[in-house]
Design a protein around this ligand. Structure first.
Ligand code: SF4
Ligand code: SF4
Length: 376
């Protein structure tokens, strides 16, 4: 059991007899090199040979926040000056709840694979079978994936039925797409830190499939209409456009998750019978399941053009969020937004609720992300 809340609460211990002056100063106790704010970590242990904390591991990119060697920690809490690269999802987390960003990006907490929700597991499996199919290689061992994520047999059956229909419909994609192409976006901006050093923001991510003038995103979703409204996809898709000026458009290939129930005369049906029923339903109305499916071209998806996205506004949002995160790190301002715990997305509760409620991280349910020292 890792005591998350306690670590957070003790990050800025109150002096027993504080004065106004001392409280103010406590935020600015610096380690021998002034990139660290030792008052943010009560475990800071000076290592005078390296002018830092003895538990500190530097990231490969020296501008990026380093890691902590301690098992229960991820990013160094006191390394406030170096940046943490943003991604579409980390910006979403910060906008949703500062504490959610803290738990995931700073403490590196992630939910154990078997404990992920059924929709997430199905989406992950769909993504993997599609990558295997489109690459013509066994990038992923599908059986091992199913075991590793402890997937429910019905969820596997649903994805298998979609895959079978995808092949039966002879769905076509353009060859030679670059699968999981990396996004490495650097956005310089004219703000400066306190010591006047210029600011460069890094943004990470991956395109599902990238070509020279467009990219494709694949989704399996029970709420596919969310991806048919440019307003709701602008943050994610806009970042991908920002990262490469040569991209003219994007195709969202959305598959609706089948939701057939085993009730009435199907109450006692076998898994095989259920899979066949799902397959028959998908194959009999492909436009319902493969959004934008064209019976002549055997393609599906919806096209969005670069001009549909306000990229300047998006860039500005990233810059402001980046600066706010920087301030939040210095000021230890990871307050909770408990108004959104039950619905961080429509109808979906936050995965971190047990941690926030109990102040503990059960190792049955959560784990700390692997620290890739020397990489970011
Ligand atoms: S988070 Fe780890 S490396 Fe950073 S100051 Fe604390 S103990 Fe040291
Ligand atoms: S459970 Fe609530 S307070 Fe905790 S991280 Fe999630 S949204 Fe924030």
């Amino acid at each position: 059991m890792v005591r998350v809340a306690e670590c957070q609460l003790t990050a800025n211990p109150e002096p027993e007899h504080e004065t106004e002056h001392e409280t103010e100063r406590s935020y600015f106790i610096m380690s021998p090199i002034d990139d660290f704010n030792a008052s943010l970590c009560n475990q800071f242990t000076p290592d005078f040979h390296r002018d830092t904390c003895q538990y500190y591991d530097q990231a490969e990119n020296e501008k990026v926040c380093g890691y902590c060697k301690k098992k229960e920690l991820y990013r160094c809490l006191a390394d406030c000056k170096r940046i943490i690269p943003l991604s579409y999802s980390s910006v979403s987390d910060y906008l949703t709840c500062h504490h959610l960003y803290y738990l995931k990006a700073i403490r590196g907490i992630q939910i154990n694979k078997p404990k992920l929700s059924s929709p997430l597991k199905k989406g992950m499996l769909w993504d993997r079978v599609l990558q295997n199919l489109l690459s013509g290689q066994k990038i992923y061992d599908i059986n091992a994936t199913i075991t590793e994520y402890e997937m429910d047999i019905k969820d596997v059956t649903i994805v298998r039925a979609i895959y079978r229909a995808y092949k039966e419909l002879e769905i076509v994609t353009e060859p030679n797409g670059n699968l999981q192409a990396k996004i490495d976006l650097t956005i310089p901006f004219d703000m400066v830190w306190g010591d006047k050093s210029p600011v460069e923001m890094l943004v990470n991510g991956f395109y599902d499939r990238k070509y020279s003038t467009y990219f494709v995103e694949n989704k399996l979703s029970g709420r596919p209409l969310n991806y048919e409204d440019v307003y709701f996809i602008q943050s994610q898709v806009g970042v991908y456009f920002l990262a490469d000026p040569s991209l003219e458009y994007c195709i969202m290939e959305i598959v609706r998750t089948p939701d057939l129930k085993s009730t009435g005369k199907n109450k006692d049906e076998s898994v095989e019978a259920y899979g066949e029923r799902v397959y028959q339903d998908v194959i009999s109305r492909p436009t319902h399941y493969f959004l934008g499916y064209d019976i002549k071209t055997h393609k599906y998806g919806k096209k969005y053009y670069r001009s549909e996205f306000n990229l300047e506004e998006l860039k500005s949002r990233f810059i402001h969020v980046f600066r706010e995160i920087y301030n939040t790190r210095w000021l230890d301002g990871w307050y909770r937004n408990d108004r959104v715990c039950n619905s961080i997305l429509p109808g979906i509760a936050c995965d971190m609720t047990p941690i926030c409620r109990n102040g503990n991280m059960s190792e049955d349910n959560y784990t700390i992300r692997e620290k890739v020292i020397g990489k970011w």
